[in-house]
Design a protein around this ligand. Structure first.
Ligand code: PEP
Length: 251
């Protein structure tokens, strides 16, 4: 059975209560949501409110901190994320890797802790512009993936991988569908090596400057199971346009 395209909105550090109307409007577009699986990852402060308002869409977090016996002022554990109403967490986003110095080992530990409480995880990997120019994109992504993937017998069941070229996030630039397809095929083969047959169902998303105009083309690339959308997910109008493109593909 072909999976519905998975369309995830990452609101990053955006979202006051005034934005609840956007989440509500996205959730009410039921017809389109039958053909695509849709989720929003708002800031922690809005998870509970969106979960309470929304009937159809998934709600997730953008980070979590594993419990390790230490006190962590200002952090939120996977169990707390789940208690607030989230069903999944995005981990290893390039902004967290760059600005919060998150390493592959930290992301792996976060992913294992999130899976342990029953959350789904979206692990992000991508190459820098320099690595792509030097022809080292796939090598860099493979190394990142190897270090970040959670271990464990059932890890693949609740895992999604997002390929997000660092140079494409928030820049208005995107790789070609052929370039995306090549990376996604490499990710799929690495997932199969790591998890065996169970990896066949792991969704691989593309993320980086997806918008209403380019969504259909990016979604048509080989092995693309959906998209992770930043800026264009913050208004119902543009996010619903992307969902419509995905629903078209899913029909
Ligand atoms: C992101 O933040 O995950 C992202 C893909 O951002 P944008 O769509 O704005 O490039």
């Amino acid at each position: 059975m072909t999976q519905r395209p998975y369309i995830v909105g990452n609101w990053k550090m955006n979202g006051m209560r005034a934005m609840l109307g956007e989440a509500r409007a996205i959730d009410r577009a039921a017809e389109r949501l039958i053909k695509a699986e849709v989720a929003l990852a708002p800031p922690f402060t809005m998870i509970h409110a969106i979960r309470r308002e929304a009937q159809l869409i998934g709600v997730g977090a953008q980070n979590c901190q594993p419990e390790d016996g230490l006190e962590h002022t200002g952090e939120i554990s996977p169990a707390m994320v789940k208690d607030a109403g989230a069903g999944f967490v995005i981990l290893g986003h390039c902004e967290r890797r760059a600005h919060h110095h998150e390493t592959d080992a930290m992301i792996k530990a976060k992913a294992e802790a999130a899976l342990a409480v029953g959350l789904g995880v979206i692990v992000c990997v991508g190459e820098t512009g320099e690595q792509r120019k030097a022809g080292q994109a796939e090598q860099a992504i493979a190394a990142r993936l190897k270090g970040s993937l959670p271990g464990g017998d059932n890890a693949a069941e609740k895992l999604t991988v997002a390929y997000e070229p660092i140079w494409a996030v928030g820049s208005g630039r995107t790789p070609t569908p052929d370039e995306i397809g090549a990376v996604h095929r490499m990710i799929r083969s690495q997932l199969m090596e790591t998890y065996g047959e169970g990896a066949a169902a792991v969704r691989i998303l593309y993320g980086g400057s997806v918008n209403v105009e380019n969504a259909a083309e990016l979604l048509s690339a080989d092995e693309v199971g959906g998209v992770l959308v930043g800026g264009a997910s913050r208004s119902a109008e543009s996010f619903l346009g992307i969902i419509a493109a995905a629903a078209e593909r899913g029909s």
